[in-house]
Design a protein around this ligand. Sequence first.
Ligand SMILES: [Zn+2]
Length: 146
Amino acid sequence: MKDSHPAIVSAEVFDKVQEEMAKRARLVSNEDGTAEISRSKYSGKYLLGNLLVCGDCGASYRRRTEQGKVAWRCATRIEKGKEACSHSPTLDEGWVQDALGAALCQNGAYDEGMVRNEVDKILVFDAYILIFRADGSKDKRSFRND
Ligand SMILES: [Zn+2]
């Protein structure tokens, strides 16, 4: 009896500790799991940087601020010059957002959360962009070349 009493108590404590650890482990993994998923799919600072791909050379588009305007341009063109990727256009960020809003959002206003959920990739060609949606459909949006 002298030996069994502390053993019972410690077994109860042990169970409680196990239960508590399991609870915390679940909570931690839920929170971390959700954050991990969104981090692995979207690594960059800007959503559009993860979506815009040059239709000419396959490089990602990069965000640039030029003369107070925000523009997106093929990374190859930025790093190696116009000769390395001669057909890729520079996109005005406002135009991209308007085009996505018109294509995806019911009220036509750009909604980053909706774009994040519904767009897999955007291919950029010399006169239009092709929006590849998560459901497998595509939207083509033309722009004017000035
Ligand atoms: Zn390119």
